[in-house]
Ligand binder design. Structure first.
Ligand code: OGA
Ligand code: MN
Length: 200
């Protein structure tokens, strides 16, 4: 079970995001990291697409990560994280009065030299992503590895940098928060859940 703290609820409302460390706990975090690495090593991840007009073309200048969707049934080794994301969605729904329903889960690996340009995950008014939750799997992250997540809160305008360290969770409002991934100097792993509104 996951419950939001008052500070997290307040941060989500005022700044549009919060960060929580130790989302899974050491043992489960290392197991999830190993499972993510195994998927990367299996060679099944594919360059992420950027939608341009009617085409789904690939644009590495915008976004250089390689991705794979993680399905709940087949996610046995990542099941602990999947269940924890599910509990997080319930906690945000009840604690922050966001009516969230289903979510998609994606594994992303950023190879050395890639980044993801500033963007939002959704645009207001469309029936799509409401909440983004990203869990990082980088066990020995150091500043020289790069790949920091930079958030642009609307309220202060001052960018906030989040290091993608193992077992750190960042949660933000998909329609509100602009963000980018700064250039990556060591392969970078993240697992993201995008939550939709109820009935979507
Ligand atoms: C995304 C994204 C940020 C990160 O996949 O849309 O912005 O820190 N990822 O991995
Ligand atoms: Mn994004």
């Amino acid at each position: 079970m996951v419950a939001l703290t008052d500070v997290e609820v307040e941060a989500l409302g005022s700044h549009g995001f919060f960060v929580r460390d130790g989302f899974l706990g050491d043992a489960q975090a290392l197991a999830a990291r190993a499972a993510a690495l195994a998927r990367v090593d299996a060679g099944t991840l594919r360059p992420a697409g950027i939608r341009r007009g009617a085409d789904r073309s690939l644009d590495a200048a915008e976004r250089g990560d390689h991705i794979e969707w993680v399905m709940p049934g087949a996610a046995s080794e990542l099941e602990a994280l999947w269940l924890r994301f599910q509990a997080l969605g319930d906690a945000v729904s009840s604690g922050a009065y966001l009516g969230l329903g289903r979510f998609d889960m994606q594994l992303a690996c950023y190879p050395v030299g890639t980044h993801y340009a500033r963007h939002r995950d959704a645009f207001p008014g469309q029936s799509n992503r409401r909440l983004t939750a990203i869990w990082y799997a980088n066990a020995d992250w150091k500043p020289e590895h790069g790949g920091v997540l930079r958030l642009f809160p609307e309220d202060t305008g001052a960018p906030v940098d989040v290091a993608p360290v193992l077992d750190r969770l960042v949660v933000f409002l998909s329609e509100r928060l602009e963000h980018e991934v700064l250039p990556v100097h060591a392969a970078r792993l993240a697992l993201t859940a995008w939550f939709y509104g109820r009935g979507q």
